[in-house]
Design a protein. Structure first.
Length: 181
């Protein structure tokens, strides 16, 4: 993936998320508040994140496989754990799935900027990704905090719009920076 495309994708994701918080009508508000325990979001995010992770594990090189000659046993182990999570750990699985998608999805975006020290603008995209990674790690450990965050965010009417404005502005900045490489 090119650095231009990675920065543009990151900017568009932030812009879209910011627009959702800026609009902040009752349907969007209820969607965000229902997200942590949503079964549909669980299937989409945790299922998609688990499939993406298992795909990455299946394509590991033989140098990465320890104790086995192929990555096949790891595929079955991690695939089985992901399926078991749907049945035995259903609480806040959508939040954990979002965390998995964020962590797995950040890798190709960060690798596009790796070693590109002559381009200082890359730090705008990389900084946003590191903040997302930190949030994903925190929410993977304490997924109920996202529910608490949405409760806090929508307790006062202007908070969601401020967050949306900041995210949309940073997304626009990244989208503009993407064309300066």
């Amino acid at each position: 993936m090119s650095l231009t495309l990675a920065t543009l994708v990151t900017g568009l994701i932030l812009l879209s998320l910011g627009a959702l918080f800026l609009v902040s009508n009752s349907a969007i508000k209820s969607m965000f508040k229902a997200f942590p325990r949503s079964q549909i979001a669980t299937v989409i995010f945790f299922g998609g994140g688990a499939a993406w992770f298992v795909y990455n594990v299946a394509n590991m090189s033989t140098a990465d496989v320890i104790g086995f000659s192929t990555p096949t046993p790891f595929v079955f182990i991690f695939g089985g754990l992901a399926l078991a999570a749907f049945f035995y750990l259903p609480e806040f699985l959508a939040v954990r799935g979002l965390s998995v998608v964020t962590l797995v999805g950040s890798w190709p975006l960060l690798m596009s900027a790796y070693g590109r020290y002559e381009v200082p603008q890359r730090l705008l995209m990389v900084s946003a990704l590191y903040v997302a990674i930190l949030a994903a790690l925190y929410l993977a450990v304490s997924p109920f905090r996202l529910r608490d965050f949405f409760d806090w965010l929508y307790r006062t009417p202007g908070r969601a719009r401020i967050l949306g404005g900041v995210l949309a502005a940073y997304g626009l900045l990244l989208a503009g920076v993407a064309f300066t490489y």
